[in-house]
Write a protein that binds this ligand. Structure first.
Ligand SMILES: Cc1ncc(COP(=O)(O)O)c(C=O)c1O
Length: 385
């Protein structure tokens, strides 16, 4: 027996736990609706053709595997700024990060070390948000987001709760394709939230993991453009995992909005030190691919087409599910997920009686639906809802 003996029991991950149960299921008609990545109609996480093309070009042009500087790749950073804001605001800088999670980690470490001890998340939110915050040592608060009947955003309650957050604390806001609900704010609602955030002196951490899946890239970044115009400080964690289908390449960015070049110099210092002492350097492959695509108008055009195809498939499945279940509000969900109005008993009944697997909270992965299984899912849901 050693010191390891006294370690706490592992807490099972809710999603991976379902995947495990699913892999043990022997019925042939089984369906897994708990997948976290976009899968195509054949159930595969695709490599986009544009990525293959960029990889081919990279193989021919790449001359070194040297480390990037601590801030990552200059070209990638510039392109990320353009993706987030249209044009990088003069008071902002970007840094390459290992996926959106890497950016969230850097932002939350910076918050807890130098700015505030508390961050507020929407209820519900992506489960890992709270886990990262907890690991960084942040206290966690919540603001309501979803209506009780799960039919959309409870905007009044959300505003009321944000109004009660003490000045100087941080608030995490998902920019589009809210995970897990799929429901987003409208631009006028965003304006109200951003005004309140500024008025209260809250520090926003925007999480942008699904650009291009709600609408055109330079339309669904509205909240970031609108916030940048307000000239305030804040963080944006950006993920290229979904819109470039680059999950395992760990590609993302962190943008920081400051109020002076002197502030920027200091924040950069803190971030570089965090990078150096945690993972040391940005992974190069995915970063170079995204930079290569966004630096070529031809490749960018191909990428937009392939991104639209993923988006349109998700929209088609969402609409079909919504009309099949006669739940019109479901059609308003954007992105990868929606939360069904379903109880734990019903989730378990679906597993037991229909071999349909989803996490206990009823979050379903819309890309797991396809023309060959959607009717089976709708029929089973109609039987339990
Ligand atoms: C809301 C949200 N933020 C951030 C991430 C992190 O993505 P990445 O895989 O790039 O770390 C995800 C991934 O599922 C997500 O859903």
């Amino acid at each position: 027996m050693s010191q390891f003996e006294s370690f706490p029991d592992p807490i099972p991950d809710p999603i991976f736990g379902i995947t495990q149960l699913f892999s043990e299921e022997s019925r042939e008609e089984k369906i897994n609706l708990s997948i976290g990545a976009y899968v195509d109609e054949t159930g595969r996480v695709p490599i986009l053709n544009v990525i293959k093309q960029a990889e081919q070009e990279l193989i021919e042009s790449e001359t070194t595997k040297a480390y990037f500087p601590l801030t990552g790749d200059r070209l990638f950073n510039q392109k990320m700024g353009e993706m987030m804001f249209g044009t990088l605001p003069p008071n902002a800088f970007t840094l390459s990060t290992p996926g959106g999670t890497g950016a969230l980690f850097l932002a939350m470490e910076t918050l807890v070390r130098h700015m505030t001890g508390t961050i507020h998340f929407s209820n519900p939110t992506w489960a890992n948000h709270k886990q990262i915050a907890k690991r960084c040592g942040l206290e966690i608060g919540h603001y309501p987001y979803l209506k009780k009947d799960r039919s959309g955003v409870d905007f009044d309650e959300m505003m009321r709760a944000i109004g009660e957050i003490p000045p100087g604390e941080a608030i995490c806001l998902q920019v589009s394709c809210h995970n897990p609900t799929g429901y987003d704010l409208t631009p006028p609602q965003w304006d109200q939230v951003l005004d309140l955030v500024v008025q209260k002196g809250l520090i926003p951490l925007f999480d942008y993991a699904y650009q291009g899946f709600a609408s055109e890239c330079q339309t669904d970044n509205y909240p970031l453009r609108a916030y940048a115009e307000r000239g305030q400080i804040g963080f944006v964690a950006y993920s290229c995992s979904k819109n470039f289908s680059l999950y395992g390449e760990r590609t993302g960015a962190l943008a920081v909005l400051t109020q002076s070049p002197e502030e920027e110099r200091k924040v950069q210092g803190v971030l570089k030190s965090l990078v150096r002492t945690s993972y040391s350097n940005q992974p190069i492959h995915g970063t170079k691919l995204v930079a290569e695509i966004l630096n070529s108008s031809d490749l960018t055009a191909i990428w937009h087409t392939q991104l639209s195809q993923m988006k349109e498939r998700l929209e088609a499945m969402t609409k079909e599910l919504s009309s099949g279940l006669n739940l019109p509000h479901l059609a308003e969900a954007h992105g990868f997920f929606t939360l069904l109005p379903i109880s734990l008993d019903q989730v378990e009944k679906l597993r037991r009686d229909h071999a349909i697997y989803m996490p206990d909270n009823g979050r379903i992965a819309l890309s797991a639906l396809n023309p060959s299984n959607i009717h089976q899912v709708i029929d089973a849901l109609k039987g339990v809802l």
